[in-house]
Design a protein around this ligand. Structure first.
Ligand code: PLP
Length: 462
């Protein structure tokens, strides 16, 4: 299997990046019933090659520029494999002490790598936990904020119904989902307008909070984003943090992809203001060479989180928990059971070293900036949003329908894969550079493909 994966990485560029199958094409090739008798690994792998591979969109291709990346690396795959092999279920410290203690130490390393304030470290009042996704982290933050604001009564009595949360029009949909799941209700979610850089407007935030207070409602939670999904906009953390402190709101920072950039000293400025936050989350599984899934969720005061999520049935009681000397990470997130995810993070950080990570991340940003420069000096394309890091938003001057056709045509050809967003009625193309093996030649080829295809479409239509 290791050989198969190694070969795959070596040859990944020969596949169309976006899977070209039609709906139902894969399932129609799979038997309706499970086999009664054992099948050989050779038979299974033959089906992987003939049935499964055509249905794969190749996220690990250096020509993958879509969405935000979910990149990976050799050490990460090996760490994940080791985790599978050990088969540990690390719900409690007692169910595998190494699973908890490695996680605690590696996340404290990460806090230092990101220059987070001391309060986010396990050696202080806070700490961090690995979750599956940024969506789960946002939900955990929201629940802790809800309980803190209602003096832990909502957990007992059910939702009080007058709590209000604030996000920007550009915040990721996962926060709205969390609002629904947490019983806050989307009617109690305010979408704050954005400025010309598509970052949250703090004058509108403060106005909305004041209005809600005047109406007898209870503002309790703000989610600020560093690197919005559509355009990588960066909300003003310090201003938002000051407002949160003034009105006693929980401030959560969603830094799902872009957080990785803060490992580089020259991009650490994106986290200025994080010292005012109550919680912060980013996904090494997007851009930090750690394969899906791996979200790191930091809190400034772990006691709030634990008090919100802790449940101790008889069958989980044990001496270590009762001693209070250990972390039981099942109290830090929604689910009980948990995989040994810190292994892959540990492998990645040790394999690259902090300097190696910095090198690769800043290289991605350099490539994106080069691409943005080509767009900027082109007669036919416009940059459509600031490109502070590794995402470039652009559009051909010929308008929405043309851009849609351009994207579809290129993605169908399979040489590269990129995606779009919609801002103020404009269809915008997004190129995100963060795949582990993307080099200058891939970015240059992508730019050539985009220009050539645009010309072909124009010629065809005349
Ligand atoms: N927040 C932002 C800014 C994102 O871009 C994304 C996904 O791309 C998410 C949250 C949700 O990520 P996850 O899949 O880890 O829940």
């Amino acid at each position: 299997m290791i050989d198969w994966i190694a070969d795959y990485y070596e040859t990944v560029e020969k596949y169309p990046v976006l899977s070209q199958v039609t709906p139902g094409e894969i399932i129609d090739q799979l038997p309706l019933n499970a086999p009664l008798e054992s099948e050989s690994m050779d038979q299974i792998m033959a089906d992987v090659n003939s049935i499964i591979l055509p249905g794969i969109t190749h996220w690990q291709s250096p020509n993958f520029f879509a969405y935000f990346p979910a990149n990976s690396s050799g050490p990460s795959v090996l760490g994940d494999l080791l985790s599978s092999g050990l088969g540990v279920q690390g719900m409690l410290w007692a169910t595998s002490p190494a699973c908890t203690e490695l996680e605690t130490r590696v996340l404290d390393w990460l806090a230092d790598m990101l220059q987070l304030p001391e309060k986010f470290k396990s050696t202080s009042t806070g700490g961090s936990v690995i979750q599956d996704t940024a969506s789960s982290a946002a939900l955990s933050a929201l629940l802790a904020a809800r309980e803190k604001k209602t003096n832990y009564l909502t957990n007992q009595t059910g939702c009080l119904g007058n709590l209000v949360a604030y996000i920007s029009e550009q915040t990721h949909s996962s926060v709205e989902k969390a609002i629904k799941i947490a019983g806050i209700g989307s009617n109690n979610l305010r979408l704050i307008g954005v400025d010309e850089k598509l970052a949250m407007r703090t004058d509108l935030l403060e106005l909305a909070i004041k209005q809600d207070l005047a109406n007898g409602l209870i503002p309790f939670f703000v989610c600020a984003t560093v690197g919005t999904t559509s355009t990588n906009a960066i909300d003003p953390l310090t201003e938002i943090g000051n407002i949160c402190q003034q009105y006693q709101l929980w401030m959560h920072i969603d830094d799902a992809m872009s957080g990785t950039a803060a490992i580089c000293p020259e991009y650490r400025f994106i986290l200025n203001g994080v010292e005012l936050a109550d919680s912060f989350s980013f996904n090494p599984h997007k851009w930090m060479f750690t394969n899906f899934d791996c979200n790191c969720f930091f809190v400034a005061d772990r006691s709030v989180l634990i008090k919100t999520l802790s449940i101790l049935p008889e069958y989980l009681k044990n001496q270590a928990t009762e001693s209070g000397a250990v972390f039981d990470y099942r109290d830090w997130h929604i689910q009980l059971g948990r995989r040994f995810r810190s292994l892959k993070l540990w492998f990645v950080i040790r394999h690259y070293g902090v300097n190696g990570l910095r090198f690769h991340i800043s290289e991605h940003i350099r490539l994106a900036q080069q691409f943005a420069g080509w767009i900027d000096s082109s007669d036919d394309f416009n940059l459509m949003a600031p490109a502070p890091l590794n995402l470039v938003c652009f559009a051909h001057k010929k308008g929405n329908d043309f851009n849609r056709q351009l994207l579809d045509t290129i993605n169908k050809e399979g040489k590269m894969f990129f995606t779009h967003t919609m801002i103020n009625g404009q269809y915008i193309l997004r190129m995100c550079i963060g795949q582990t093996h993307t080099q200058i030649e891939h970015v240059r080829q992508a730019w050539e493909t985009i220009q050539k295809t645009a010309i072909e479409i124009i010629l065809k239509s005349t």
